[in-house]
Design a protein around this ligand. Structure first.
Ligand code: SF4
Length: 197
C-alpha cells in the first residue's frame, strides 16, 4: 500500500473526532488499489464492516462485487471507501456534523489516488459530495465539478431486495468502466451535468 494511504488508515483507526467513535467496534478505512482509476464512495460501514474493519464485505459488498464482475473488474482493481469511516448506531444515516468531521479523510484519499472518476453510491454520498438528492433520478449520469468527474449510481444495499435495481447497478457499472476506458484513450466523454460553482 501507498505510505500516505497507510498513514490515513492509521489515523482513521485511531480517530476519536466525532461521537461515532464511542459506538463503533472498529473504524473502517478505505481499501483497495491506490492506482485505481475509480474511487467508489458509499455511505458508512454496516454491521459486518464494523466487526471486521473492512469496507463493503457484507451483502451489499457482494452486490457491488457482482456488479464489478459484470463489467470484467475485480474488487482488487478498485478503491472503495465511505463518507464516514465508523458505523452509525443501527445503521442510521450519518448526521451532517459526522459527515463534515470525517470529510478530510476522504479528501486525502482522493488527492492521493487522483481517480479519473469518483463513483457515488447512493443518496448520502450524492448529498455530501455534490449537494444532490434523489439518486434514482440522476443515476447513470456523469457529473463534472471543479475539474473532477463523478458518476452517479444507486447504493448496492438498495439492490438487496430489489431485482430491478441490481440490473440498474450492473448496467451503470458497465457504463462507468466504458467511460474510464474512453478517458484512458484520451477520448472526449459526454458530461451530463456540469457544476459551475
Ligand atoms: S466517523 Fe470519521 S471523524 Fe468520526 S470517529 Fe470515525 S473516523 Fe473519526
Amino acid at each position: 500500500m501507498n505510505q500516505k494511504l497507510e498513514d490515513i488508515k492509521q489515523n482513521v483507526i485511531e480517530c476519536t473526532e466525532c461521537d461515532l467513535c464511542k459506538t463503533r467496534t472498529n473504524s473502517v478505512p478505505g481499501k483497495g488499489n491506490f492506482h485505481s482509476e475509480v474511487i467508489f464512495v458509499g455511505e458508512a460501514p454496516g454491521r459486518n464492516e464494523d466487526k471486521s474493519g473492512e469496507p463493503f464485505i457484507g451483502i451489499a459488498g457482494k452486490k457491488l462485487s457482482e456488479a464489478l464482475e459484470g463489467a470484467g473488474i475485480t474488487r482488487e482493481e478498485v478503491y472503495i471507501t465511505n463518507i464516514v469511516k465508523c458505523r452509525p448506531p443501527n445503521n442510521r444515516v450519518p448526521t451532517a456534523i459526522e459527515r463534515e468531521t470525517c470529510q478530510d479523510y476522504l479528501k486525502e484519499e482522493i488527492s492521493i489516488i487522483k481517480p479519473k472518476i469518483i463513483c457515488i453510491l447512493g443518496n448520502t454520498a450524492f448529498n455530501t459530495l455534490l449537494g444532490g438528492s434523489e439518486i434514482t433520478k440522476f443515476r447513470g449520469k456523469l457529473v463534472q465539478k471543479n475539474k473532477q468527474m463523478y458518476f452517479l449510481t444507486v447504493h448496492p444495499a438498495a439492490t438487496i431486495y430489489n431485482q430491478e435495481l441490481i440490473k440498474v447497478l450492473k448496467k451503470d457499472i458497465v457504463k462507468l468502466f466504458d467511460l474510464v476506458e474512453e478517458l484512458k484513450n484520451k477520448k472526449k466523454v459526454k458530461i451530463d451535468i456540469e457544476y459551475t460553482t
